[in-house]
Design a protein around this ligand. Structure first.
Ligand code: SF4
Length: 326
């Protein structure tokens, strides 16, 4: 067990393998997403023949996100080549790459007047470049429309091939996100086509290629991981200079998916948030309903502000006794 600064509240570490809970706690229940803003986002996405991970994964935050004009584009189709035990996205043989998709993403961003776009994809292990070129073309299409738009990409692991990462980085995303999703012990069971080592190396290399681009990663909790394993993953992320981490509750999308092993309380999420902040992440977003793309623009803004404070400290204009920047 690594040594960490424990907040005063002192939540005890416990084994994540407790009996499977059957009832979803009230703090995870959310209203059905309806209303004019929700319909506007849905209509625009449908008009441009696009997909969102919000719908494909039936995210519980849709009402809140759509009402604020936030959502996450899912490019490269809606069929994934991997079959992770927790994921609702359809698995199968995907369609060929849609060459017009990047321009349609830019069209939807224009129609909704986005200034911060979040773009993810299904895994495309069938493609020689894993879909990296489509990410780069999408970033470029968004910037062709508005060269001030900020673009956060949530990329797959490219099966550990770092040349694909370079293709994405060459397009200069504002934030580079790759989710670890769970602790290394559970990869074989829950994420059999992924490798924890690929994911960590990808984040490490991303920081080496582009030190000024914030990197971000996330975990779903409640899949059977122990608290000490979560802390160890946070330490791995800090070792590769990851800037932002998101921690949210896993919610079983259907009875065909992996059962929830535990529901963490809001206080337990607060405990992990404090642990992460003690470790030196620029931002830790932790809570039952936190998803890696939840309030992405606000999270980026907070990292940006804290970096500027550090730059001020470096230039001597501010004295900062608690510097955590790299
Ligand atoms: S949290 Fe992310 S996936 Fe969920 S609705 Fe918001 S933008 Fe979409």
């Amino acid at each position: 067990m690594p040594e960490v600064l424990r907040p005063a509240r002192g939540t005890k570490l416990r084994d994540g393998g407790a009996a499977t809970p059957t009832r979803m706690p009230g703090w995870l229940r959310r209203p059905v997403p309806r209303g004019p803003q929700v319909e506007r986002v849905r209509r625009t996405i449908a008009h441009h023949s696009l997909c969102t991970v919000c719908e494909s994964a039936a995210c519980p935050n849709r009402l809140e996100c759509y009402s604020s004009g936030r959502f996450t584009f899912m490019i490269l189709g809606d069929i994934c080549t991997r079959g992770c035990a927790y994921c609702k996205v359809a698995v199968g043989r995907p369609l060929p790459v849609d060459q017009g998709e990047p321009e349609r993403v830019a069209g939807a961003a224009r129609d909704l007047n986005l200034n911060y776009a979040v773009v993810t994809s299904v895994c495309r292990d069938d493609l020689p470049d894993g879909g990296a070129t489509q990410f780069a073309r999408t970033i470029q299409a968004l910037r062709d429309w508005n060269d001030h738009i900020m673009v956060e990409v949530l990329i797959p692991d490219f099966r550990g091939s770092l040349s694909e990462l370079q293709i994405v980085q060459n397009a200069h995303p504002t934030v580079l996100n790759h989710n670890l999703e769970t602790v290394p012990r559970l990869y074989r069971q829950l994420r059999p086509q992924g490798r924890y080592e690929w994911a960590i190396e990808l984040l490490d290399r991303a920081k080496s290629i582009s030190p000024d681009t914030p990197t971000k990663s996330g975990l779903m909790l409640g899949l059977g991981e122990r608290d000490d394993e979560i802390v160890a993953v946070l330490e791995d992320l800090r070792r590769v200079r990851c800037d932002v981490v998101t921690l949210g509750q896993y919610v079983r999308p259907s009875l065909d998916h992996y059962p929830v092993q535990r529901y963490l309380t809001p206080d337990e999420f607060s405990w992990f948030e404090a642990v992460g902040k003690d470790m030196g992440f620029s931002q830790v977003a932790a809570g039952p309903l936190v998803r890696s793309s939840f309030a992405a623009a606000a999270v980026y803004e907070s990292v940006h502000v804290s970096r500027n404070v550090c730059h001020e400290a470096e230039s001597g204009r501010l004295s900062c006794e608690d510097r955590r920047c790299q």
